[in-house]
Design a protein around this ligand. Structure first.
Ligand SMILES: Cc1cc2nc3c(=O)[nH]c(=O)nc-3n(C[C@H](O)[C@H](O)[C@H](O)COP(=O)(O)O)c2cc1C
Length: 371
């Protein structure tokens, strides 16, 4: 672990020989990041109960294999929003990636491309969204934080459209910062020179403020509402996906507003503590949106078997957050590609051993105790 006399190690330019699973990258990354970046990356809201539940909930679900099924010719391909994907693993939007690697999102997009993985680029990226797009070899999605007004939000949307992004993901669960006690205890601050370069100067300034009047009278006045969602659907040339939906009634409203996909997510446990683990609420949302509606999930995916469980419970695909950042901090683009390969191989092995030939075959019959 880095300390005052032992600074963090720079990222390596090879795949570390002792990394065979996502959790190995977590342990490796600790040696490559200082306390400041580590608190920001690993932390959750308040007592971090949801953060832990996201991982624990997957452990509580057991697989029930049907090993004699014929899986010859099997594959992990899927189609989402009119595009083909080799596998159902996307990189979740993660802000400020130059905190974790000098090349930031430019390294991540290379790793994603090598494994043909979709990547969701954060509004708070530290590289220009056009430059990231120029390096992309797999579909990029753009994650939008509402910019306080329709005009300012549309400006970002138009840039993403022009740069060739395929999907627009509006994150709705983080209008204000959560109670980030771990970051507060570590005294987290963005280092000089690391900034959200795609936003107008000063945008989102002051989001970390807490206290009643500040939150309700100032910050929440610029948060998006349902009429803004309908407006965005009408004005975006890209399919609009809402990220951060947990309530089945919100899922229903989103479908009614013309939203074309949802990400069931609690923001990796970073915003509101004691919300349910994403996987625990997924079946209730699936029931509302129906079989063919694109439904994604993130939070706590650490193994290919977790991806299998999410898809068996109705997700079309999953997003992975912290694990690829661990890989990025350890070994840059190579690490990101390697992490994706590990997860994909684990998913394929799980499918083969369970007796599922393709993603369409996955359902709750492969699970002993679904939530
Ligand atoms: C360091 C960090 C920064 C994040 N930044 C964003 C962001 O800018 N926009 C967003 O929608 N979600 C953001 N998230 C949430 C992730 O997209 C995702 O929901 C979450 O990490 C999934 O959980 P996991 O880390 O357990 O895989 C961030 C998560 C982390 C860990």
């Amino acid at each position: 672990m880095p300390s005052a006399d032992q600074p963090p190690l720079p990222p390596v330019d090879r795949i570390p020989s002792d990394v065979v699973a996502a959790d190995d990258y977590r342990q490796a990354a600790r040696r490559h990041l200082d306390d400041n970046a580590w608190a920001y990356l690993q932390g959750g809201a308040a007592d971090e109960l949801t953060l832990d539940d996201n991982v624990e909930a997957f452990r509580q679900i057991h697989l029930l294999p049907q090993p004699l099924n014929d899986v010859r010719g099997g594959h992990t391909r899927l189609r989402l929003f009119g595009r083909d994907y080799a596998h159902p693993i996307l990189l979740a939007p993660v802000a400020y990636q130059r905190l974790f690697h000098p090349a930031g999102e430019m390294a991540t997009v290379l790793g994603a491309g090598a494994m043909q993985a979709g990547m969701v680029v954060s509004s708070l990226a530290t590289c220009r969204l056009e430059e990231i797009a120029a390096q992309a070899e797999a579909p990029l999605w753009f994650q939008l934080y509402w910019q306080g007004s329709r005009a300012a939000s549309l400006e970002l949307v138009r840039r993403a459209e022009a740069a060739g992004y395929a999907v627009l993901v509006l994150t709705v669960d983080a209008a204000v910062f959560g109670v980030r006690n771990r970051e507060q205890r570590a005294g987290f601050a963005l280092p000089a020179g690391i900034a959200a370069v795609n936003l107008a100067a000063g945008a989102n300034a002051g989001l970390s403020g807490t206290g009643g009047a500040n939150v309700f009278d100032r910050l929440m006045t610029t948060a998006p509402h349902w009429d803004d969602v309908a407006w965005l659907v009408e004005h975006s040339r890209l399919p609009v996906v809402l990220k951060g939906i947990l309530h089945p009634q919100d899922a229903r409203r989103a479908v009614e507003a013309g939203v074309q996909g949802l990400v069931v997510s609690n923001h990796g446990g970073r915003t509101l503590d004691t919300t349910p683990a994403s996987i625990d609420i997924l079946p209730a949302i699936k029931t509302v949106v129906g079989a063919d509606f694109p439904l994604l999930l993130d939070g706590g995916i650490r193994r290919g078997s977790d991806i299998f469980k999410a898809l068996a419970l109705g997700a079309s695909a999953v997003l992975v957050g912290r694990p690829y950042v661990h890989a990025l901090a350890t070994a840059g683009a190579l690490g990101v590609a390697h992490l994706l390969r590990l997860l994909r191989e684990e998913l394929e092995i799980t499918m083969a051993l369970c007796g599922a030939r393709d993603l369409a075959a996955l359902d709750a019959q492969f699970l002993l105790n679904p939530p």
